[in-house]
Ligand binder design. Structure first.
Ligand SMILES: [Zn+2]
Length: 469
């Protein structure tokens, strides 16, 4: 059974000549709307091909859902008919797509596509369309072929971010758009694992999202030398916020409440806390900020902890003969300023190759050698912030392979960075320290409760493995 939709506002019956006109309209729309896309060439080529052969618009390829989805049922009240009488088509945004072109690829009437997208612009900018974004098109009828008649649409909806739904629906001859907030519930998630190959792999094993692992690695970068301190058999543990929707599906992650690294038997624990300035920061058990004047790993520590570059070069530590620390990394890996300071030297420097020295205060300086390149704008006298990219790993000067040679200088003399005692930036005091300690005991109770089911799972798996053998 096929239903035909008779458009109220305009005749949609397409003869052969009108098909040609429609194709021209597609070309027109496509060219007008190209400013909304990153790479429009793919579409242009496709549209020109259609025009040259005077072929119909491609047949819809997306799956057509007749059974109303949960979203369709949720939005049913906005449509003039019951969900059972509506068709739902799922589209996925590909490189170069515009929303109008996408709708037209699904045989949506040109005018409907334009009016709906115009209405959408009141609440959401179609320029923000992202790759792989899913868009649902709702129709009250569906043509079996695309040569005769374009479909009128009842509406479109999509979820541009986990907390927002955008809905466009027909009202007589026009469309209305609405942005609907989704309420998410905050829950807590636990993850922990033994580190074998890399910290990322351990995170993956424990089901901790990559973004959370990256945040954790950055938090530990003041204290951990990610090239030398991480060994097979070390452990990590983490508790973080997870936001779920009304169906219990994870929508996004939030702050880290707690993280620990057990490195060569020594445990480092950090606690997330929102301080009086409203900043989410990490502290140790005593309420001491974990931020230090210098980073211990001045190379992109995220790449470092993914096991990247380990095979390039002997990983040298500090000694009488070698008055610096080497970080093996592939050419081009970003190098970060270890602390706030002023560029004191930049340029080629003999055996050091391309070299940067940063003066942090009257006492401390850091130096970076064998660089492939300096970041644009890094010149003598320029002020840099801790963590800012200053250059890129290379193998210039006397060097056996791509690595960063890193030195910490105290009053002009190289010192061993790992034996350096640096003052922390901030210590919570008074009422704030009391509030932090309360928070800390809440987190630890949560941690104990969350460890239990995780341990039970591990135990179950062990039993299952034993049985299998
Ligand atoms: Zn070196």
């Amino acid at each position: 059974m096929k239903k035909r939709y008779i458009a109220k506002h305009t005749s949609m019956r397409f003869g052969l000549i009108l098909t040609m006109a429609a194709v021209s309209a597609v070309i027109f729309c496509a060219s007008v709307l190209f400013h909304e896309t990153a790479k429009p060439t793919k579409n242009t080529a496709a549209v020109q091909k259609i025009a040259a052969k005077a072929e119909p618009i491609p047949v819809p390829t997306a799956a057509t859902v007749k059974k109303p989805s949960a979203a369709l049922q949720q939005f049913a009240k906005y449509f003039s008919t019951t969900p059972e009488n509506l068709y739902e088509q799922k589209l996925t945004v590909r490189s170069g797509d515009t929303l109008i072109a996408l709708l037209q690829s699904q045989n949506v009437a040109t005018e409907d596509a334009h009016v709906a997208v115009k209405a959408l612009k009141d609440v959401w900018d179609p320029k923000n369309l992202k790759l792989d974004q899913e868009i649902y098109v709702i129709k009250s009828s569906l043509s079996e072929t695309t040569t005769e008649e374009a479909d009128a649409i009842e509406g479109i909806y999509f979820r541009p971010d986990p907390e927002t739904d955008v809905l466009v629906y027909r009202e007589d001859d026009s469309f209305t758009a609405e942005k609907l907030g989704r309420t998410l519930q905050k829950t807590f998630a636990y993850g922990g694992s033994v580190i074998d190959l890399s910290l990322f792999e351990a995170g993956d094993d424990a089901g901790v999202p990559m973004g959370v692992m990256i945040k954790m690695i950055r938090a530990f970068s003041y204290d951990v030398d990610f090239q030398r301190d991480l060994k097979n058999g070390d452990k990590f543990e983490i508790v973080y916020e997870k936001y779920i929707d009304d169906k219990g599906d994870a929508a996004r992650t939030g702050n880290i409440l707690y993280a620990s690294l057990l490195l060569s038997g020594k445990e480092r624990r950090i606690y997330g806390y929102e301080n009086q300035e409203g900043e989410q920061a990490f502290y140790d058990r005593n309420g001491m900020s974990i931020k230090k004047a210098l980073l211990k790993t001045p190379v992109d520590n995220v790449r470092m902890s993914s096991g990247f570059g380990m095979r390039f070069h002997p990983i040298l530590g500090y000694s009488k003969m070698h008055k610096g620390v080497d970080f093996a990394a592939s050419i081009g890996t970003p190098i970060h300023a270890a602390g706030n300071g002023i560029i004191a030297e930049v340029g080629p420097n003999g055996a050091y190759g391309n070299y940067i020295k940063i003066r942090h205060n009257s006492e401390f300086a850091t130096a970076y050698a064998h660089l492939n390149a300096f970041r644009k704008g890094i010149k003598e006298g320029v002020r840099v912030k801790q963590g800012e990219v200053i250059g890129y790993v290379g193998t210039t000067g006397r060097s056996t392979g791509p690595h960063l040679h890193y030195e910490v200088l105290v009053k002009g003399e190289q010192v061993n960075p790992s034996s350096l005692k640096l003052p922390t930036a901030e210590q919570l005091v008074g009422k704030e320290l009391v509030a932090f300690k309360n928070r800390l005991s809440q987190i630890e109770m949560k941690l104990i409760a969350m460890r239990r089911p995780a341990n039970a799972q591990v135990a179950q798996r062990a039993v299952a493995v034993q049985r299998a053998n």
